[in-house]
Design a protein around this ligand. Structure first.
Ligand code: NIG
Ligand code: FE
Length: 412
């Protein structure tokens, strides 16, 4: 049944003609209509305008949005939402002084999650993951990327990707799957990297391609994880299967990975807590979207991505949650937007652009998601009454969401 939302105080991110992505100073503008209406027909946006042109006598179900803001649902382009169990002990260890690196070197971190994941049955993994997905949908996420990377075995990686596929089949939210076999080296390959990379390329990738389980390929390009050369091998292999790179890079150190990703036309480079002038130069004029993960910086107390430096260089920026059990056990995009404003000094306009249209770009969904544009998917957030949309990041601990509609369906 069509839905007509009337008397909207502010309808945000209205784009008469679609944009692919927003860069540099373009991000400062968030187009909006005041006193507006929005018509959703089944799973698509059918029309919008100001109340003086509101359609009458339609058979649509009407929602009165007096005092409320309406905006496109969040586009969370970087998550590890499929995982088994939590790592709250490591959280306490970090409070007591251990670093993320020290915990990983003791067999904690990614390898800890891999051990649990491989010991968890697929159905149980699906159950745990669907609860997380349902929670983020209620918090306004309408499109999401989910990675593998806690299997690190052929069976484990396939299990994760099959769970992602099942989530996609069972929920209205748009889901992109990323293969992250190159997340860490299993203990037995610590001194023999090339053998593990051979397994990724010769065993995991063909099996994943056979079942069509992935859209992108990822690697953790970082000191102590995958070198730039190893990451290039992974991207090269991914390209053989039509999987563009979407790469973890520059989280702790800058080792030249960004230029390599640009060379391989990666769709995004994610983290970027540490950025050099050479990294910025490499990104200029590329198709690669920089993605910042501010709640990861918050949770493990590492630097924030220097957003202003990227925007001043004319680059685009997306923001995402990084939802995972180690560095960001939260899938809350509202908190990501607030943290981007508070800690990275993005304006609310820039942060919302980064979390909608640019997030959609970072998962290849700019044609269908991320803005209020006729023909796009009916994915929207209706807030509670607010003074203005500035209240969304300002009241950072308050749930200001009244309703979420994903693919035309009201999220319960
Ligand atoms: O994006 N940095 C690499 N991967 C994840 C963390 C993985 C984990 O600790 O489980 C991240 O932060
Ligand atoms: Fe991540």
């Amino acid at each position: 049944m069509p839905i007509l939302i009337k008397n909207i105080k502010e309808l945000l991110q209205v784009r008469e003609t679609n944009v692919t992505k927003l860069s540099g100073s373009e991000m400062a503008t968030l187009p909006l209509l005041k006193n507006a209406w929005l018509l959703l027909d089944e799973d698509k946006i059918k029309g919008f305008g100001t109340m003086d042109s509101c359609p009458e006598g339609t058979d649509a179900e009407e929602i009165d949005a007096t005092g409320k803001t309406v905006l496109p649902a969040w586009c969370d382009s970087h998550t590890h939402l499929v995982y088994a169990g939590n790592r709250e002990q490591e959280f306490v260890d970090r409070i007591n002084g251990l670093s993320y690196e020290e915990i990983a070197n003791r067999g904690g971190g990614i390898l800890n999650s891999a051990k649990r994941l491989n010991a968890t049955a697929e159905d149980e993994l699906y159950e745990q993951s669907r609860l997380r997905l349902e929670e983020v949908m209620r918090m306004g996420t309408g499109a999401i990327e989910i990675k593998s990377g806690y299997g690190l075995t052929v069976d484990g990686e396939l299990k994760m990707l099959r769970v992602i596929k099942r989530l996609r089949e069972n929920y209205p939210v748009a889901i992109k799957a990323t293969f992250l076999g190159a997340h860490a080296f299993p203990i037995e390959y610590k001194e023999n990297h090339s053998t593990y990379i051979d397994i990724i390329i010769d065993e995991m990738l063909p099996a994943i391609a056979r079942e069509d389980l992935a859209d992108y390929i990822d690697a953790f390009c970082e000191t102590g994880y995958f070198s730039v050369e190893e990451t290039e091998r992974i991207m090269e292999a991914g390209s053989m299967y039509g999987l563009p790179g979407k790469i973890h890079v520059n989280q702790f150190t800058a080792i030249g990975g960004i230029a390599a990703c640009v060379k391989y036309n990666a769709i995004s480079v994610d983290h970027l807590e540490i950025v050099t002038d050479a990294d910025i130069e490499a990104l200029k004029g590329s198709i690669t979207m920089p993605v910042a993960l501010p709640t990861c910086s918050f949770f493990i107390s590492i630097p924030y991505t220097p957003a202003r430096q990227l925007l001043n260089a004319g680059l685009p920026l997306a923001i995402a949650t990084d939802y995972n059990p180690g560095t960001t056990p939260s899938g809350n995009m509202n908190l990501v937007v607030a943290t981007a404003c508070i800690k990275m000094k993005l304006t609310p306009e820039e942060a919302i652009n980064a979390a909608t249209i640019n997030g959609a770009y970072a998962m290849g969904l700019f044609d269908t998601h991320g803005s209020i544009t006729v023909g796009k998917t009916a994915n929207i957030i209706i807030t509670k009454p607010v003074n203005s949309f500035y209240e969304l990041p300002y009241s950072f601990g308050t749930n200001l969401i009244d309703k979420v509609i994903i693919s035309g369906i009201l999220v319960k």
